[in-house]
Structures are given as C-alpha cells and as structure tokens.
Ligand binder design. Structure first.
Ligand SMILES: C[S@@+](CC[C@H](N)C(=O)[O-])C[C@H]1O[C@@H](n2cnc3c(N)ncnc32)[C@H](O)[C@@H]1O
Length: 211
C-alpha cells in the first residue's frame, strides 16, 4: 500500500470514529464546541472543582468548550480568561488572549487581564502539536505542564485548585512530584470522555499550599 493510501485509510477511520462518537453527537446537541467539554464536566461532577470559583484561567482553550463550561459555572458575575495559540470564534463574556503561552508577551497580557491578582482556578488542556518524534513530543508536553504549574505557583490563590492535562510518558512521575510540592493533594483523573487509547490523563491538583 502506498503512503497516500495508508494516510487516506487513517483519515477515513478517524472520520468514522468521530461521527459515531456519542460525545461528539452530544456536544452538537448541547451547543459545546467540542467533546472535550464532557471531560471537564465529568471531573467537576466528581470533584466539585468549580465550587466557590469566580475567576478562571483556561490555558489552551481553543476551540472553547472548556471555556463555555467555565462561563456557565462562574455565572454572570464571574470571569473567564482563555489563552490559545489558535484564534477562536468569539464566545460571549470570554476574555480571550490569542498567543503562545510559552512567550513572555502572552503571559504579560494574561497578567493584565487578571489585574495581577490571584485567580480561583487554573485549568489547562494544552497539548503541543505532535512532531511524531516521541522524545520531542514528551518534552514539549511536559514543558507546557511545568508552565501551567508555574503560573499556578505565582497566581493561583492559596487553597485553589488546578487541573492539567498530562500525557503519560517518561516525565510523568517528575511532573506529579512537582505538583505535589505545590498542592496538598494531587489526584490522577481519566474521565470516560477521554478516549481510552489516548495517553492523556488529568492531574487534579487540590488546595494549593500557601507559598
Ligand atoms: C485539546 S485542545 C484544547 C481543547 C479545549 N479545552 C476545548 O475544550 O475546546 C489543546 C489546545 O492547546 C493549545 N496549545 C498548545 N500549545 C499551546 C501554547 N504554547 N500556548 C497556547 N495554547 C497552546 C492548542 O492550540 C490547542 O488548541
């Protein structure tokens, strides 16, 4: 089989899986921009991460379903700031920052948006574009997790929670250790809406220790 035929088969299989995916269909019905919404909803149902939360930072927010969930949870008096490399179609009440979170200029815009004040909850679903080179992809992904933890160290309120997507790989234990230095409790969540063959899991970091 030629490379082109192989690629066509992979694309066809993905399309087949996508249109037959219950969460994709549900997202269309519920008005969410992606099936990822159900991962966050499921974790919140179990762990109540939005309890008493008014200000949320959503890292890697495109196309926007986590931000949609967060906006519903914080209500009209709350605030959600989303950051992504990719542009998104506007979402009412979302303060969106278009930029690369690894760059200082993006962090500066984010700090301006939160008024240099502490936030109640940090959620990060950031995932790097895959190069196909395992070590490179793992290192890039781990770096995004470290940055999300770093941001939480500086700008999440004491006692606040943080939810971060992590890919299981060689850096995993080290990242959990980093998170445990900062938070009272670190749990690993794999919601049903996360495809079982995906190596993604979520670090639920509860109750930031006072710095
Ligand atoms: C799985 S998607 C997020 C889906 C989102 N939670 C939702 O519910 O719609 C991962 C996102 O991370 C973003 N991302 C990856 N690296 C980033 C970076 N360095 N800075 C900002 N966003 C980044 C990607 O552009 C992508 O949109």
């Amino acid at each position: 089989m030629t490379d082109k035929n192989k690629k066509n088969r992979v694309v066809k299989a993905w399309v087949h899986q996508h249109v037959n995916d219950t969460y994709v269909n549900q997202a269309q019905k519920d008005g969410y921009r992606s099936r990822a919404a159900y991962k966050l909803l499921e974790i919140d149902k179990e762990d109540g991460i939005f309890h008493n939360v008014k200000v949320v930072v959503d890292l890697g927010c495109a196309p926007g379903s986590w931000s949609q969930v967060a906006l519903n949870k914080v209500g009209l008096s709350g605030k959600v700031i989303g950051v992504d490399l990719l542009e998104i179609d506007p979402i009412s009440r979302l303060n969106f920052i278009h930029g690369d979170f690894t760059e200082q200029t993006t962090l500066d815009k984010l700090l301006q948006a939160i008024d240099n004040k502490e936030v109640d909850l940090v959620i990060s679903d950031m995932a790097p574009n895959l190069s196909g080179i395992k070590n490179v992809d793992q290192a890039r992904s781990a770096y995004l997790v470290e940055l999300a933890l770093d941001f939480s160290r500086g700008y999440l309120k004491a006692g606040g929670h943080c939810l971060i997507k992590v890919f299981q790989g060689s850096e995993f234990d080290e990242l959990v250790k980093l998170a445990r230095n900062l938070f009272t409790q670190v749990l690993i969540r794999k919601p049903e809406a996360s495809r079982s063959k995906s190596k993604e899991v979520y670090l639920l970091c509860k109750s930031k220790k006072p710095v």
